[in-house]
Design a protein around this ligand. Structure first.
Ligand SMILES: Nc1nc2c(ncn2[C@@H]2O[C@H](COP(=O)(O)OP(=O)(O)OP(=O)(O)O)[C@@H](O)[C@H]2O)c(=O)[nH]1
Length: 414
């Protein structure tokens, strides 16, 4: 309909906090720039403009060659990682004011955020990438509190939360309280996927970050290209979160094929069913520990992308077979959702870890076992004080455990 605002015109501000959050963010922008035909400096390589939701225009003069920059701020307590990003291949892709060194939620930081939002026409919310440990986790907590308490309290916050060996429990509790959707990315599990699925003998952060970026490229596909499954940040909450506290979402990306097969034609175009087989037959495809043969879920969304996705192929057989290992809760309003985006996956320009296929699928699940696992990880930290944080995570764990028990009873799995 004319005059209607497309979803990919509703602006989102990315906040990348701490070294982990910024490295993952920087890696994702490399992929987004390729997907939207921008060169390393942000100039368009064809006539197509990148989506307003993720990119901001840098020139007003219609005669100039069109240049764009990410709608993003890179924030850290010191400048070492910022300096690396500012001297990387993409140094001219970002503007100076997008980098912010601060030890707390200073006036300068909030002003920078305000300025980014002021240039938006239909601002819809934030995507925050951050780690759950380290000096910057205190800064992330303060930032989340500011965003939720001040003028942006109604805006949706989706997080890309890196989980390392240690977790700051008060930060985790605050995150689970203030964010609308929390997407945990567990370094240990993703490192194992790099090792055992992609044949990378000693995975580094760079390998892990690539895999996380592929996942986010799929996750945000419909926010950037037109689509109907998860086209706005609000939609993520509506589709995946049955009750506000139950907001931890697990991610599974397929296919994961090692780079050594990149010239092998047999691997380039898997059928939809073959691509999804590991969802049915194997545990450990998830980006957070998942060792359970049954997935007990409160909601599930399958996001397919690729030019050659045939809707009929997703039909009966795949869904029926998936339902053999997936148990839905019948007591929540959310359930199963499926989306197809016809934009093909892309690959990093240099040293990519995976074979590029003509299609991919991302499964997003609100899954009781992985959420309980994450709560346990936080509860098992050695920090002894902070009882309030501990209690709130314990409460959340029990909430998930209650649903877990109900699903098992409904399916007579006890
Ligand atoms: N996936 C991923 N995780 C990272 C990366 N760098 C650090 N981490 C994780 O993030 C946690 C530390 O958080 P940082 O983001 O480095 O925090 P920081 O405050 O900037 O740094 P510190 O000075 O180390 O406290 C560690 O548990 C690491 O597991 C990265 O590039 N990728």
């Amino acid at each position: 309909m004319s005059g209607e605002i497309e979803n990919n015109e509703r602006e989102i501000l990315h906040l990348h906090v701490g070294s982990g959050g910024m490295e993952v963010g920087h890696s994702s922008w490399q992929l987004y720039s390729i997907e939207h035909h921008l060169d390393n400096d942000g100039y368009v390589l064809n006539e197509e403009k990148p989506p307003k939701s993720f990119f901001s225009s840098m020139n007003n003069d219609n005669n100039e060659r069109k240049k764009f920059r990410p709608r993003a701020l890179f924030i850290d307590t010191d400048c070492s990682t910022i300096d690396q990003i500012r001297t990387s291949d993409l140094k001219n892709f970002y503007a100076d004011h997008q980098f912010c060194v601060t030890s707390d939620c200073s006036e300068m930081l909030m002003n920078n955020i305000r300025k980014e939002i002021e240039i938006c026409d239909y601002f819809q919310g934030f995507i925050l990438s951050h780690s759950t440990f380290g000096k910057s986790s205190k800064l992330t907590s303060e930032l989340l509190n500011h965003l939720k308490n001040e003028e942006y309290s109604k805006m949706t916050i989706l997080t890309n939360s890196l989980i390392g060996p240690s977790i700051n429990i008060s930060h985790m509790s605050n995150l689970l309280e203030t964010a609308d959707i929390v997407i945990p990315m567990e370094n240990k599990t993703i490192s194992n996927l790099c090792k055992y699925r992609l044949d990378i003998s000693t995975p580094t952060y760079s390998n892990i970050n690539q895999l996380i970026s592929y996942c986010w490229s799929n996750l945000t596909c419909e926010l950037r290209f037109e689509g109907c499954a998860l086209g706005t940040l609000d939609e993520f909450s509506r589709v995946l979160v049955p009750h506000p506290p139950l907001k931890i979402i697990s991610t599974h990306l397929l296919p994961l094929i090692p780079r050594r097969f990149q010239d092998d034609i047999d691997f380039k175009s898997p059928s939809v069913y073959d691509m999804c087989l590991p969802f049915i037959s194997e545990a450990n495809t998830c980006f957070i520990h998942d060792n359970n043969p049954y997935k007990l879920v409160l909601s599930l969304c399958l996001l397919f992308r690729g030019e050659k996705i045939v809707p009929k192929e997703i039909g009966q057989k795949l869904i029926c077979d998936m339902k053999k290992s997936i148990r839905f809760s019948e007591r929540v309003p959310t359930g199963f959702r499926c989306g197809i985006n016809y934009h093909p996956p892309v690959q990093f320009r240099h040293q990519t870890d995976m074979t590029l296929t003509d299609k991919q699928v991302l499964m997003l699940t609100n899954q009781t076992t992985t959420s309980i696992y994450l709560c346990d990880l936080a509860l098992n930290q050695t920090e002894s004080e902070i009882n309030e944080a501990r209690n709130s995570i314990q409460d959340l764990k029990e909430f998930y455990a209650e649903y877990d028990k109900e699903i098992r009873q409904d399916y007579q799995m006890l």
